[in-house]
Design a protein around this ligand. Structure first.
Ligand code: MN
Length: 303
């Protein structure tokens, strides 16, 4: 059924723990040996956590170039403010997509009025050469398509899957979805065999192609799979990302996705000199300073 790929073992990658302005997050992309999955070049998982007086997320204004940010929440709220003047509160079931293009600045914080919960993921999509100098944009989608199939509910926040098509605009072909497999049930997801895919357990338990998936690990599925069989004993949620192998080498440094060290140095200099990115006027407090320009991550291997 899966074009000769149904029985290939899943490639499992450990995550690493990092801190985002004091908030502990689990980084699943980029990691050693796996820099991208399709155009997806960054995946941070935060929560689940409960809080009372404090506001656990407070990421001061910082710049981006050459990418789109995608914020997907399972619980709680994140307030987004950017240098275009956009202000939006992201909630479960919806998605915020910010297109940096040639340059944007934004801040993300737990709003003063909140549920006391935070649980979600932030991902970045690398923009291809033809689009990476585009004008910045912000899009808030209140409710993404929700597809009910036997055994599961699929929420499609990027691209298309199982008959659902996400409304947010991406210049690259891709898929991003949250798949909730019901307790004691199974589902077979149709996949585009031209895409490479990866999955991450978000909650509960889940097995893929008969293999039990561990929490906090990214499972890379490769290309040439036209279906993915999932099963859950007690009920489980899974993040699925994918896209055609990205055809260009990218260079990532701090919050920038570029092609050359010179571009990154120029973006850093523009942020420090308060050029290009604009001000996040809705945020109260100091902005983030760029780190010293010490060393670049190596470019991703071109597939
Ligand atoms: Mn950001």
């Amino acid at each position: 059924m899966a074009l000769g790929a149904a029985h290939q073992a899943l490639e499992s990658h450990p995550s690493r723990d990092v801190s985002l302005g004091g908030l502990p997050v689990t980084r699943l992309l980029p990691i050693r040996d796996r820099r991208m999955v399709g155009p997806w070049c960054f995946l941070d998982r935060f929560g689940p956590l409960s809080f009372s007086a404090e506001r656990p997320m407070d990421v001061a204004p910082h710049p981006h170039i050459g990418l789109q940010t995608v914020t997907w929440l399972l619980d709680g709220e994140v307030r987004h403010e950017d240098s275009l003047g956009s202000e939006a509160i992201g909630r479960p079931g919806g998605v915020n997509v910010m297109t940096a293009g040639r340059g944007i600045a934004h801040a993300e914080e737990t709003p003063a009025a909140n549920s006391g919960k935070l649980n979600g993921a932030q991902l970045w999509v690398a923009l291809p050469e033809a689009s990476r100098a585009m004008a910045p944009a912000f899009e808030a989608v209140a409710r993404v398509p929700r597809v009910e199939v036997p055994g599961a509910v699929i929420q499609v926040f990027a691209g298309g899957l199982a008959g659902g098509t996400a409304p947010a605009r991406f210049p690259t072909p891709l898929v991003g979805a949250d798949v909730e497999v019901h307790r004691g049930e199974a589902v077979t997801l149709p996949l585009d065999p031209a895409y490479e895919h990866a999955v991450l357990v978000l909650s509960g338990d889940c097995a893929a192609e008969g293999e039990g998936l561990e929490a906090r690990r990214l499972y890379y599925l490769g290309t040439r799979r036209s279906a993915l069989g999932l099963r859950s004993a007690g009920g489980g949620r899974l993040l699925l990302i994918g896209g055609p192998p990205f055809p260009e080498p990218i260079l990532m440094w701090w919050n920038f996705v570029a092609r050359t060290p010179e571009e990154i140095a120029a973006a850093r200099a523009d942020w420090e000199a308060r050029r290009r990115f604009g001000e996040v006027s809705a945020y109260r407090g100091a902005r983030l300073e760029a780190p010293a320009l010490a060393r670049f991550a190596r470019a991703n291997p071109v597939s």
